[in-house]
Design a protein around this ligand. Structure first.
Ligand code: KIV
Ligand code: ZN
Length: 500
């Protein structure tokens, strides 16, 4: 494919300006400074630190960032008003990014200005910046809905006024890739300034539109880390730079292996969670659950991964659930140092699938405790006691009762007992039907919810002791805490019987 894509594409990051305009996001000056450092370390070429006229805190943040010796060029946003530009100049920014609406809808309904007045304001702003010795970037806001002849006229005017960069924003995210190509070509036909694009993601096309613009020769792309920004956000920095590298062979100055950590820091400070399925940085971006996928990925990662997770500083996750197969589960167990036999692995997988079928989300720690429970359990053919059925009744105004059906040496025994609680009632029921173990008492009972939440997998660990002082410990794992406790006790009693 032949494109006009430049060899060097400049990454203009606006996480701290358009990104901070995301509804609900507000950063302190200190947080902005912290983010600016991490974006600088990431390697952005231009860093739009904010819109200094908007508040004292914003002014303080932009000024501190501009004077903090970053490698990136620091930019401030300004309307075409002198006071906005003065505010940027007072912050000592390297570049002023000035903008004015150029579509009919913006000129008539927002600015209430004629096209001639808009052009005059744009020229005045650009000249004011160049007169003050600062680089100037001009944005024709809502360019993608601007009449093309007027867009070209204003671009000619700002070019003659000394603009360094012309930015073409798709302000409400309505462009399609072919339209971006056309817009860039049209603007390039009348201006020799550097051409930039700024694409919003209202229709999910921000990254595709940015790449199309680069294919048409745009030298700069405005992006936000994690795709944050007004409404549905801006083109995601990480997606644009990874696509440039892997799809077009274009290197930027971005250190790809810092992407994941930078994304997490920004998400945390902005209190803006990253969706699980967000490309490259989401929790699921390099996670595999289905047996077919995990088996293939473990053998050869490129079967189901476009790039290696390490390339962006992320890690592959093998997730367990109802789609899991033995390979994936075994990998999770081995990573936790748990080595199991094939029959044990089959039992672990079947328990995981059973939990998955009940809609329970299974995490790696859950897999580990299930693995340990199976590993520590008595082999099926040696179990004297087997739980067949368990029914408990408990509540505030009822006597806790447990009905337990056990297989004792292959024979069905059913018994019901009362207790102070459901687990206590179940223990009493088991005690009444376990003559081989003699009397036993529960000396330790510990219950952990592995990953928290009411749906978490419960891990019960118990110790039982018989009348001769013999002890046995065991664990039971289930989505239900009473079942986990009862299974652990039965397992421990089995062990007691076997030691006799
Ligand atoms: O979306 C937009 O048009 C903007 C401009 C200020 C560049 O954010
Ligand atoms: Zn924007």
């Amino acid at each position: 494919m032949k494109t006009k894509i430049p060899e060097n594409v400049t990454i203009f990051d606006t996480t701290l300006r358009d990104g901070e305009q995301s509804p609900g996001v507000s950063l302190t000056p200190q947080q902005k400074v912290e983010i600016s450092r991490s974006l600088d370390a990431l390697g952005v070429d231009v860093l739009e630190a904010g819109f200094p006229i908007t508040s004292e805190g914003e002014f303080e943040a932009v000024k501190t960032i501009a004077n903090s010796g970053l490698n990136a060029e620091v930019c401030g946003l300004a309307r075409t008003k002198q006071e906005d530009i003065d505010s940027c100049l007072d912050c000592d920014v390297d570049r002023v990014h000035t903008f004015i609406g150029t579509s009919e809808i913006h000129m008539q309904h927002k600015l209430r200005m004629t096209p001639d007045q808009v052009i005059a304001k744009a020229i005045e702003a650009v000249e004011y910046c160049t007169d003050h010795g600062v680089k100037v970037e001009f944005s024709a806001e809502d360019a993608s809905r601007t009449k093309i002849e007027f867009l070209k006229d204003i671009c000619v005017a700002v070019t003659e006024a000394g603009v360094s960069t012309i930015n073409i924003p798709d302000t409400v995210g309505v462009a399609i890739p072919s339209a971006m190509v056309w817009l860039v070509e049209e603007v390039k036909s009348v201006s020799n300034a550097e051409i930039s694009v700024h694409c919003h993601n209202d229709l999910g096309l921000a990254v595709a539109n940015s790449l199309a613009a680069a294919e048409a020769g745009a030298e700069q792309i405005q992006v936000c880390m994690n795709g944050v920004g007004e409404r549905a956000g801006n083109a995601a920095l990480e997606e644009v730079v990874v696509a440039l590298k892997y799809m077009y062979g274009i290197e930027t100055n971005i250190q790809l292996n810092k992407i994941f950590d930078t994304a997490q820091l920004i998400s945390r400070l902005m209190r803006f969670p990253i969706p699980a399925n967000k490309p490259l940085i989401g929790r699921n971006a390099f996670a595999h659950e289905s047996g077919i996928h995990t088996h293939a990925v473990i053998t050869s990662p490129y079967t189901y991964e476009p790039i290696s997770p390490e390339a962006v500083g992320a890690r592959r996750r093998i997730v367990s659930g109802k789609h899991s197969g033995g390979h994936g589960v075994n990998e999770t167990l081995q990573n936790a140092g748990i080595i199991v036999t094939q029959p044990q692995l089959r039992e672990i997988v079947s328990r995981i699938k059973a939990l998955g079928d009940k809609g329970i989300r299974i995490t790696d720690p859950d897999v580990e405790v299930i693995g340990k429970a199976v590993l520590e359990s008595t082999p099926e053919d040696q179990r004297v006691l087997q739980l067949e059925e368990l029914l408990v009744v408990s509540g505030t105004k009822v006597t806790p009762t447990a009905t337990v059906k056990l297989l004792v040496d292959g024979e069905k025994v059913l018994v019901a007992e009362n207790g102070v609680g459901a687990v206590d009632a179940a223990i009493k029921a088991i005690q009444s039907i376990t003559p081989k173990s003699g009397k036993f008492i529960l000396t330790d009972f510990r219950m952990d919810a592995i990953t928290g939440g009411s749906e978490a997998v419960a891990d019960a660990q118990v110790t039982v002791e018989d009348e001769f002082g013999n002890r046995a410990t065991a664990r039971g794992v289930s989505e239900d805490i009473v079942t986990a406790g009862v299974e652990a006790i039965i397992e421990a009693v089995n062990k007691l019987i076997l030691t006799k």
